[in-house]
Structure formats: structure tokens, C-alpha cells
Write a protein that binds this ligand. Structure first.
Ligand code: PXL
Length: 267
């Protein structure tokens, strides 16, 4: 059986973070491992508290697991601190782990920072060069590349810059932070852009109204699961996009705030 590892935060709603990632790995028929970086206290409308897992505990989780089981692919989500990024970098290099997907989680949909000051810079410098794919949303891509994204062309420029960090491929997702200009005639579409260092490829879906929690997590987890199974980046991104779009369409309304993805119904 193929194996995927998620290194991410804990979200009690199960809509994002490690639980969501595990559900997605399971959906794609991949065995899921998980290592916890931080614990959040949140519901569907606010993040109230965050505590990072201490350095030693994090390091032990990772080394103990990897001294025994080797994942075919892995993803990082909410990493929170610089220490955690440094440990992951060391471990990935030490074990020569392949098929790394980095989702540079920065801020929750409800507006809470999920990362300590300076962590994104370290991630860009140390983790991106080891990645097969990085999956920033428009907001994260803007911050990381220093390019304000208001059009598809801006998305392309940003992806081009980010690919120079050493990541093999960049996918910029046009999800909830989309502020694209009308002249791109996107109308009611949500567009993701893939750049592999050679070609740009656009993936379009109909935008679904409303606020949804954990879309970025599900998207990067799906790509990770598919890479673990040996699929190409472009194919994995296409399938992951369709998967998330359907999970959004069928979302659950469980709390008073954002809706939670329904990954069980794919129609
Ligand atoms: O969707 C980003 C995200 C990732 N990981 C955890 C989160 C969130 C958003 O709230 O809580 C643990």
C-alpha cells in the first residue's frame, strides 16, 4: 500500500489540518501517517487559541516514525514556527524523502495568523527547494513573491518568481482570496495556475458561493495522495481540483460559520 505523511496542525472541527488530510488520503486509497506541529482551538467561525508542539516532542514524533516507516509522499500544512520548519528540512534531507508538497499555510479564512513572524521566509528559503509542488493561494503567493496579484498574468509572474526558489512546480490557487480583475473575464470561475518551470497550465472550475473551511488542506492532501500513487504533478493537480470542487458543492453546514467540506460525496 502507498503511504502519505502529513505534518500539520490540529483543528477540532476536523475541517482542516491533520484530520482532514487523513480523510483525504483515505479517500484516495493511500495509508495516512500524521505528525502534529500545533494545536488550535477553533470552531467554524473563529480561531481562539494556538499552541505550538514543543520542539523536542515534534522532533521525536518525526524521527521515531521515520526510523520505521518511509512515506511515498508527504505534505506540510500549518507549521507555525521557525524551529519546526528547520527540523522538517533536516529530516527531509536526512531521509532523502521524495514527493514533498508544501502548503504554505499563513492565515485562517477567518483572519487569524497561523504562523509566527519570519516563518514564511525560512519556509521559502529552506523548504521550497526540497518541494515537488508548493500550493500557495493568491494571498500567500502575493506575500511570498512580493507581486500583487490582480490578474492571471500577475499569477503567472508570481508563479515564475516562486519557481526560482527551487520548488519543481508551483500551483497558485484562486480560492477565497481571489481579487482578480474583471478584464480576465473569469466571471464566476475559480482558476488555479500550475507552473512547472516550462509551461503554464490553467485549471478552471465554477466558483461556488459561500465560505468553506479547509479547501487548501484538502487540495494539497489530494495532490500528496496522488503523488504517493505515482501520478504526475499535472494529473494530480487536475484530479485534486475536481475533488475539492465537488467536496465544496456538497459541503456540510454543521456550525454557525464556515461550511465544512464533504469529501464523501463526489458528484
Ligand atoms: O486552512 C488552513 C489551516 C490549516 N491547518 C489548520 C487550520 C487551518 C485554518 O484554520 O486550523 C490546523
Amino acid at each position: 500500500m502507498k503511504i502519505a505523511l502529513t505534518i500539520a496542525g490540529f483543528d477540532p472541527t476536523g475541517g482542516a489540518g491533520v484530520q482532514q488530510d487523513l480523510k483525504v488520503f483515505h479517500f484516495f486509497g493511500v495509508y495516512g501517517l500524521s505528525v502534529l506541529s500545533a494545536i488550535t482551538a477553533q470552531n467554524t467561525y473563529e480561531v481562539r487559541y494556538i499552541s505550538a508542539v514543543d520542539k523536542k516532542s515534534f522532533e521525536e514524533q518525526l524521527f521515531t516514525l521515520l526510523s520505521d516507516i518511509r512515506p511515498d509522499a508527504l505534505k506540510t500544512g500549518m507549521l507555525f514556527s521557525k524551529d519546526i520548519v528547520k527540523i522538517i528540512t533536516k529530516v527531509i534531507k536526512g531521509y532523502e524523502l521524495q514527493n514533498l508538497v508544501v502548503d504554505p499555510v499563513t492565515i485562517s479564512t477567518t483572519g487569524t495568523m497561523l504562523i509566527e513572524e519570519g516563518t514564511l521566509d525560512i519556509m521559502k528559503k529552506e523548504l521550497f527547494p526540497l518541494a515537488k509542488v508548493i500550493t500557495p493561494n493568491i494571498y500567500e503567493a502575493s506575500v511570498l513573491s512580493g507581486i500583487r496579484i490582480e490578474s492571471i498574468d500577475d499569477m503567472k509572474s508570481s508563479a515564475y518568481e516562486l519557481q526560482k526558489t527551487g520548488a519543481e512546480a508551483v500551483v497558485i490557487t484562486g480560492g477565497p482570496f481571489s481579487g482578480l480583475r474583471d478584464e480576465d473575464d473569469l466571471g464566476d470561475e475559480s482558476v488555479d495556475l500550475l507552473y512547472d518551470g516550462k509551461d503554464f497550465q490553467l485549471f478552471r472550475s465554477k466558483r461556488v458561493s459561500g465560505e468553506y473551511h479547509g479547501t487548501g488542506c484538502a487540495f494539497s492532501a489530494a495532490i500528496t495522495g496522488l503523488l504517493a500513487k505515482g501520478f504526475s504533478v499535472a494529473y494530480s493537480v487536475e484530479i485534486a481540483k475536481n475533488f475539492v470542487t465537488k467536496a465544496i458543492k456538497n459541503a456540510h453546514t454543521l456550525g454557525k460559520g464556515m461550511r465544512l467540506l464533504n469529501i464523501d460525496v463526489q458528484r
